[in-house]
Design a protein around this ligand. Sequence first.
Ligand code: ATR
Length: 296
Amino acid sequence: MNAYETLLKEAAGRPFAAIVGWPVEHSRSPALHGFWLKQHAIKGHYGRLPVEPKRAALEELVAFLRRTPNARGCNLTLPHKIEIMPLLDRIDPLAKHIGAVNTVIKQADGTLEGRNSDGFGFLEALRYNAPHWSAASGPVVVLGAGGAARAIVATLANAGVPELRLLNRTKSTAVDLGVAFTPADGRQIVVDNWDDRSQALAGVTLLVNTTSLGQKGQPPLDLDLSRLPRSAVVYDIVYVPLETALLAAARGRGNRCVDGLGMLLHQGRVGFEAWFGVKVDVSADQRRAVAADLGV
Ligand code: ATR
C-alpha cells in the first residue's frame, strides 16, 4: 500500500488533511490537529504524507488533492514550502509576500489555495503570552534569516515595528530579507554584523531567536543579555527543548518569555478552521498534549 492509499484508508471516507514533507515522521502536526478533532468531536482525520522533493511527486500530490472528494488540503513542511507554489491555483497575497506556503486549502470549486500561517502563529503566540507588547513602541531584534525568519520579519514589519535589527551569521541572507521586507513608509530594517548581536540588544522591546541555535543537538546561542532592557520580551521559536538556555537566562533576569510551542500551535488554526469549518483556540490542555507528544 503506498502512502496515499494508507492515508485514504485511515481517513475512511471522512474529510481529511495531512502534513506533507520529506521526511515527515518527526512532525507534531498530527498531534496538534488530532487534539482539536477530538476536542470538537469532528468526524475528520489529519495524517502524514511523505512526498519526495521532486516536481513529479509534488504534481502527484496536487492531482491527488484535486481529485479526492474528501481531501480538504494539507500543511507543508521542509523541503516543499517554496516548490509547491507554482503548482497551486492561487497564492494569497501574504504568502506571496513571504515567498512560501505552509497551508493548502481546497476551495468549494475544487481549486487549491496556498497560504502562509507562520507569521500569524508567531504574532498570536506573542499576543497571548505578552499582551502588553505593542509593535509600535520601539526597536526589535531578530536573530537569523532562514525560512522561519522570512515569515517573522514580514509579519513584524507589517505590524508596524519602527526599527527592525536583523542579524544573521551569513550577512548576505539578512540583507536579502531587508531588501524584500523593508516597508515603503520609511521604517527601517537595519542589518548588523552577527558578531555585534549583544550590542544590538540595547533599547529593544522584543528579541526573537529564529536560528536553530539552542535546539536539541545544536550548539547553544552565545548571547550576552546585559544590554537588553528588562522590559523586553524574549521569544525563542525553538521548541525542543521548550525552555532553551536563552529563555532560562532571560527569565532569570526578569524578562517576559515566549517559547516556540505557541507559534506551532497557533499557526495550525488557519488550516484547521478552513478544512473542518470549526473555529479553534489554543489551550493549556493542547499545549500539554503536544508537549507530551514531543517528549519535552
Ligand atoms: P528555518 O527554516 O527553521 O528558519 P533555516 O532556513 O535552515 O531554518 O535557518 C537556520 C537559521 O539558523 C539561519 O539563520 C542560520 O544562519 P545562516 O543563514 O548563516 O546559515 C542559523 N544558524 C544555524 N546554525 C548556526 C550557527 N552555528 N551559528 C549561527 N547561526 C546559525
